[in-house]
Design a binder for this molecule. Structure first.
Ligand code: HEM
Ligand SMILES: *[C@@H]1O[C@H](CO)[C@@H](O)[C@H](O)[C@H]1NC(C)=O
Ligand SMILES: *[C@@H]1O[C@H](CO)[C@@H](O)[C@H](O)[C@H]1NC(C)=O
Ligand SMILES: *[C@@H]1O[C@H](CO)[C@@H](O)[C@H](O)[C@H]1NC(C)=O
Ligand SMILES: *[C@@H]1O[C@H](CO)[C@@H](O)[C@H](O)[C@H]1NC(C)=O
Ligand SMILES: *[C@@H]1O[C@H](CO)[C@@H](O)[C@H](O)[C@H]1NC(C)=O
Length: 324
């Protein structure tokens, strides 16, 4: 009888470890007891120097997890570097901050904590330190051995329709509700004219997301991003509270003040009616609900594993290069 129970437990664990690595918030409790404090302190330092860095760090985590799973592939330099992919080039920020945290962590507990775990913790701390919700981060990710630039070029684009964006979330095990909750991260940070100036000058008719850009915001943005200007100027994703993590992003959408097309379509597109619009409305009314669902979706996103190689990988010494 007892043998039978043991065998069953054993079989179940074989299944669970085969499916994906088990993440656990206490995995470094003995091997790196101050990890969480070290990361928090360094993210605080980074934000003191540059408030926008909070937004940049969570975006880095998103771009990591969508390519080969959350394996720090986005941090690798080299020929196939994801840093050179269109969504990241001259856009992704925060690599030096992760280097600084990693150096501090290596000093305290050499060879123990993966870069992927550090990036996940830094993303969480960015939200907390900007006024958002707190949650416990499950740990134990390994760092991947390869980057994939073409896969990074396939990250969700601000120019895509809602069904295409949703399909990319579904491809990594997320769903349309996660699209809405996680898009709420556009409550802080900046975007370059390059990624929204197509909305400012060529209206293509009623019903298009362009037609729902509120007129005051539209004229302000035309000043920031003049036709034919450099696409490098930036505008806040959420003008009402540019560096605060709150639910103003969703209130903005109700007023036609989403900056990116991919933001506004969550409320204004035909497809939104039966899919995302109601959630946008709910989050605009309740910051509590947004924080609750955002937390759940962040935990889900942080659990995306490499669909090809599972948990095989290493603990990188330097986040920019694989060991040896
Ligand atoms: C739904 C699909 C998404 C699209 C199409 C998208 C697209 C973009 C684009 C084009 C930018 C501006 C980049 C630049 O101009 O340099 C941006 C910024 C940002 N994104 Fe997203 N994003 C999406 C989802 C997410 C998710 C899931 C997160 C995190 C959970 C996120 C967090 C951010 C943050 C915080 C910024 C500002 C970064 C900064 O100021 O450095 N985004 N996003
Ligand atoms: C990169 O990802 C694409 C799918 O987006 C896949 O077809 C390709 O084999 C991957 N390349 C490497 C080097 O893993
Ligand atoms: C935008 O900035 C990048 C990096 O600094 C630069 O390479 C590029 O030429 C700039 N683009 C324009 C149009 O000024
Ligand atoms: C943002 O601020 C403007 C001007 O103060 C106000 O009219 C608008 O209702 C605010 N929107 C949100 C989402 O708080
Ligand atoms: C939304 O769903 C309703 C009921 O299923 C359907 O009649 C309507 O055509 C749908 N609207 C859109 C825009 O897909
Ligand atoms: C999987 O791991 C092998 C080496 O262990 C590597 O050659 C291959 O590129 C990896 N593929 C992905 C998608 O990470």
């Amino acid at each position: 009888m007892r043998g039978h129970v043991l065998l069953t437990v054993f079989t179940l664990c074989m299944l669970c470890s085969g499916a994906k690595a088990q993440l656990n918030p206490n995995i470094y409790a003995k091997s790196c007891p101050y990890l969480v404090l070290i990361v928090r302190r360094q993210v605080m330092n980074a934000l003191k120097a540059d408030t926008r860095m909070a937004a940049s760090l969570i975006r880095l985590h998103f771009h990591d997890c969508f390519v080969n799973g959350c394996d720090a592939s986005v941090l690798l330099d080299g020929d196939d570097s994801e840093k050179l992919a269109i969504p990241n080039l001259n856009s992704a920020r925060g690599f030096e901050v992760i280097d600084t945290i990693k150096a501090d962590v290596e000093y305290a507990c050499p060879g123990v904590v993966s870069c992927a775990d550090i990036l996940t913790l830094a993303a969480r701390d960015s939200v907390v330190l900007s006024g958002g919700p707190q949650w416990r981060v499950a740990l134990g990710r390994t760092d991947g051995l390869v980057a994939n630039q073409s896969s990074a070029n396939n990250l969700p684009s601000p120019f895509e329709p809602l069904d295409a964006i949703t399909a990319k979330f579904v491809a990594v095990g997320l769903n349309v509700a996660d699209v809405v909750a996680l898009s709420g991260a556009h409550t802080f940070g900046q975007a370059k004219c390059d990624v929204f100036s197509n909305r400012l000058f060529n209206f293509d008719g009623a019903g298009s997301p362009d037609a729902t850009l509120e007129t005051t915001l539209l004229s302000d943005l035309r000043t920031v991003c003049p036709a034919g200007g450099s696409g490098n100027q930036t505008a806040p994703l959420d003008r009402n509270s540019t560096y605060a993590f709150d639910n103003n992003y969703f209130k903005n959408l109700l007023e036609g003040k989403g900056l990116l097309s991919s933001d506004q379509i969550l409320f204004s597109s035909d497809l939104a009616v039966n899919t995302t619009k109601r959630l946008v409305e709910a989050y605009s009314r309740s910051q509590y609900l947004f924080f609750r669902d955002f937390t759940r979706s962040m935990i889900k996103m942080g659990g995306i594993t490499n669909l090809v190689n599972g948990s095989s990988g290493e603990v990188r010494k330097n986040c920019r290069v694989i060991n040896n």
